[in-house]
Design a protein around this ligand. Structure first.
Ligand code: 3PG
Length: 219
C-alpha cells in the first residue's frame, strides 16, 4: 500500500493535539535518508512522537516516506511548508501535520482540504488576525526570540488571549521553561534535539537523552 493511502486511513489530527503531545516539537533538517529512521526511532524512544521534518533539503520527502513506512510510533510533520504544492507533496509523503514559517491563505486552504493540521507561523498582530479569520487558533510564533520573545507573548495575552502559540527560533533548553510557563504557550519548537554532530556520528542515544530531557521540561 502506498504511503499516501496509509496516511489517509489515519484520523485527522488537530493542531491542538499536535501541540499537546510533548513540550517540544523538534525541528529536523535531514541531509541523508539513511538517518531518517534511526533518528525518528531515537526521538520516539525518548518520548517525542511529533516530528517536524523541514522541507529544506532535497531528501526531505524521501525521509518522511521512510519514517512513515518504518516508524509507526512517529507522527510526521512537514516544516518549512511555503505553498499549497509543498503541502500536497508532504501529504503524499505521509505527513499528518504542517508547520509553516508564515501564513498564506493558499497554504491554509490546502492544509484544510488535505486534512492536515496546520501550525501557521506568525510574528505580528495582523498575521494573527489573518490566521484567526481563517479558523486557525494554534499558531507558531516565528522567529520567536528575534521577534520579541517572552515579552511579545506576554503582550499578546491581552488581545489574543484565545490563541495558543508554539514559539520557535532561538528557543533553547535554558529558556524553554520560561516560555512553557506562559499561559498562551502550549509547546515550543527547536532544533536542539537534533544536533548535526550527533546525527553525523550516529549518536542516537544522545538524541534519545535530549528527547527525554525535553519531555521532562513540562514537570
Ligand atoms: C528553524 O526554522 O530553523 C527553527 O526556528 C529552529 O530554530 P532554532 O534552530 O533556533 O531552534
Amino acid at each position: 500500500m502506498a504511503v499516501d493511502e496509509e496516511a489517509t486511513m489515519q484520523p485527522p489530527l488537530t493542531a491542538l493535539q499536535v501541540m499537546q503531545d510533548a513540550p517540544v516539537i523538534p525541528v529536523i533538517v535531514l541531509h541523508d535518508v539513511a538517518h531518517a529512521v534511526p533518528l525518528a526511532r531515537a526521538l520516539v524512544a525518548g518520548g517525542i512522537r511529533m516530528l517536524e521534518v523541514t522541507l529544506r533539503t532535497p531528501q526531505a520527502l524521501a525521509c518522511m516516506e521512510a519514517i512513515a513506512r518504518d516508524v509507526p510510533g512517529a507522527i510526521i510533520g512537514a516544516g518549512t511548508v511555503r505553498s499549497a504544492a509543498d503541502a500536497q507533496a508532504c501529504a503524499m509523503a505521509g505527513a499528518r501535520f504542517v508547520v509553516s514559517p508564515g501564513y498564506t491563505r493558499s497554504v491554509g486552504k490546502a492544509c484544510h482540504d488535505l486534512g492536515l493540521a496546520l501550525l501557521p507561523g506568525v510574528a505580528t498582530g495582523s498575521e494573527i488576525m489573518m490566521a484567526q479569520e481563517d479558523g486557525f487558533t494554534e499558531l507558531k510564533f516565528f522567529p520567536a526570540m528575534q521577534a520579541g520573545g517572552i515579552a511579545m507573548l506576554k503582550a499578546w495575552q491581552g488581545p489574543f488571549g484565545d490563541v495558543k502559540f508554539c514559539p520557535t527560533g532561538g528557543v533553547t533548553p535554558q529558556n524553554a521553561k520560561e516560555f512553557l510557563a506562559l499561559s498562551n504557550v502550549q509547546c515550543v519548537g527547536g532544533s536542539w534535539l537534533v544536533p548535526a554532530d550527533a546525527m553525523a556520528q550516529g549518536d542516537w542515544y544522545r538524541i534519545t537523552a535530549l528527547a527525554r530531557e525535553a519531555v521532562a521540561l513540562r514537570g
